[in-house]
Structure formats: C-alpha cells, structure tokens
Design a protein around this ligand. Sequence first.
Ligand code: ATP
Ligand code: MG
Length: 400
Amino acid sequence: MNDQFTAAAAVLKKLNQHGHEAFFVGGCVRDLILKVPVNDIDIATSAKPEEVIAVFPKTIPVGIEHGTVIVREAGVSYEVTTFRTEGEYTDFRRPSSVSFTASLEQDLARRDFTFNAMAMDEEMRLYDPFGGKRALQNKVIETVGDSRERFTEDPLRIMRAFRFAAKLGFILEERTKSAAGDLAFLLKKISAERKRDEWLKLLSSPYAVRALKMMESLSCLQQLPGLSSASTELSAADWTNLRTNAERMALLALLLKKTEILHFLREWKLSSSDIKMTSAILSAVSVCRLPLSWNLYTSGVDTVISALRVCGAAAGFCTYAEEERMQQAYQQLPIHARSELPVSGLEVSRFTGEKPGPWLGELLMMLEKAVVTGEITCSKEDVIQYIRRWKDERNPPSHA
Ligand code: ATP
Ligand code: MG
C-alpha cells in the first residue's frame, strides 16, 4: 500500500470501528490499479452524513443533501459520501433526487464507466462488480449498463468518455462509441459550466489530440459552444506544451478564427480572470509583427511567452529556445514601467508649458516606446530632446 492510501485507510478504519462500511471508490481505485498518480482519494460509506460528522473531529459539510462531507484527517481532506442511488435525470443537469442506500453495489452502479465503478476496502480488497479491471487491461472505456440509457440520463458522460480517452489513451468500446455518436446532440442540453470543466481537463490531458479526433469523427465536437463549424483544425494542433487554460482557450479561438472573442469565451462560461488572460494572449499574438521589445513591454513577458506557445502549438514548432530568448530580451529592456522614465508627467507638463490633458498620456507613451525600442536612450538628456522635437512639431515656430 502506498503512503497516500495508508494515511487514508485510517479514515476507513474509524468508520469501520463505528460499525459503518467504508471503501475507497472511483478515480483513486482506477489510478491505483493503473499505477499512475492519484489525484484525490474519495471514500464511500454506509454511514449517513450526520454519522460521519459524529465520527470525526474535523469535518466540513460541503454537500449534505448529496451525502458528501469533507473529513480532515492528518492534514489531508477526503470527500466522504454516503452510498447513494440516483433518481431520474429530468433536466439533464443533476438527478432530480438522490436517495441513500445501504448497498455498495448500488452506489457503484450509478457511476459512469466500469473502471470508475470499483471500490477497495481497508485491506485493499477489490470490489469490481462491472468488470472495471478488465476494461483497464483492455484499455477500453465502457459505460456501466446500457450506454444509451446512461448517456440519455446524463449526456455529460459522453464528454467524460472523451475526457478519459484523453487522459488514459484508451478507446471507446463499440456500444459506448455508437451511443456517444448517436446521442451527441444531447450535449446541447448540458450547462456550459459542466462542459467547460470536462473540456479543459480533456485539452490538458496527454492524449488530447486522439480524443479530439474521436470527437470529430463522431460529430460530438460540433455540439460544443461555438464549435459548430469545427473540423480537423483542432486535432492538427499540438496541445501538449500548453500550460494554462487561458493558453488552451486562446489556441482554440485562434484555430477557429474567432473574431468575437469575448462572446466565445463567455459562451464557455470561463472565469473572468481566464477571460482576461485569454484575451491578453490573443492580443499579444495579434501584435506579433510589432517590435518584440514593445510587445514584451506592453503585454508582459509571461503573456508574450504564452502567445508564443499558442502560435507554436498552432503551427507545430517547439518554442523552448524562443521562450528562453524572450526572458532574456525582457530582462534587457531599458525600462519595464512608465515610472522608470527619467521624467515624470508633471515635469513633462512643466517643460512643455502646457496644461495636462490627453496629450500628456500620448506623449508619455511615445516616450516609453522610443526608449523601449531603442530609438533614444533612457537618459534625461535624450528624453528632453525628444520632448522638444515633439513640441516643435506640434507648434512649429513661426518665421513671420
Ligand atoms: P480524475 O482523477 O481525473 O478527477 P475521477 O474519476 O476522480 O477522475 P471525477 O470527475 O472527480 O473523476 O468523479 C469522481 C467519480 O464520480 C468518478 O470516478 C465516477 O465514479 C463518478 N462520477 C463523476 N461524474 C459522474 C457522472 N456524470 N455520472 C456518473 N458518475 C460520475
Ligand atoms: Mg476526481
């Protein structure tokens, strides 16, 4: 047993000691069998939420109505959820009711894919009623039960199938695959927030391109927000070097030649900070032809590097060496902010003898650009000479 599970086993043990059944469930069991890093350890138990709260000194009732309590044990948080079955999915969002059950098997039966429907007890004994381990060995993604029913109940599972294909490099089992293709239109019924979460995980996974190709061939891709005209351009890009969701969404917008960027990002219900970052990256991409120094100064080095990675991903070139060069070029800029100019706004205004107005901001920006692009040095002398020339051009001396 690895350390992560040894520590978590203490939670199972405590629940057992109080007469409750308790198991590791879902992704952590799958990842343990696959010997890949485990994200978080989820626990399912026969104990009702109040009973879980009574067993542990530190708990956070995050979703009592769904049976979930967070238990803090030795500095780690575990989601502990009461065994449950789900009622009908009436609005394609969440089941209209959840009911607690005393049966582990019923809890596993509501889960999406066979490899996500396994459990392990405190002794690390595996409970695998739907053949999840075999699916892992065969590298296939198959729904628990009838694929059409399960996808109709919650069409997000169609996206999750591709998300796991992107994460694990697996293929979809035949019936699961044909149901995904036939029912892809139901993805339109799902809230953008739920789709966004799976989509961003998919794009950041190692086999993203393979999953995108599958989605494309089953006409699932076109059901996503703003992607109705998407085709082979998405799977032709190299998504693997991108680091942030903002970079991924910027590449998406670039590949789809989106012009209404804000509308597109809002359709995906991106957070406002991600919208800001994605837009900044796309601006840095679009000003690529400006002098590099000015792009670095106005966009910031991190945004320019993100833009570079996005362009590299679109065109299929590696950008590591260029990223290094950008860092150096940024360090070497003569100034990094307006406050580093050798004159202040007030001094400029005094020197020109004009009252501050919009002209002042414009002139300061011209000065910054002249210094940053090397047209003049950052000495007070050069800057004053520049202002003098500007003043002469604005108010040519009369020769009358
Ligand atoms: P990851 O490690 O990538 O987060 P995960 O398997 O933990 O993978 P989650 O989205 O965190 O994925 O979901 C936890 C578990 O809850 C899944 O393993 C699955 O058993 C169940 N699950 C999640 N979403 C659904 C769904 N829409 N329908 C049925 N079961 C689901
Ligand atoms: Mg998880």
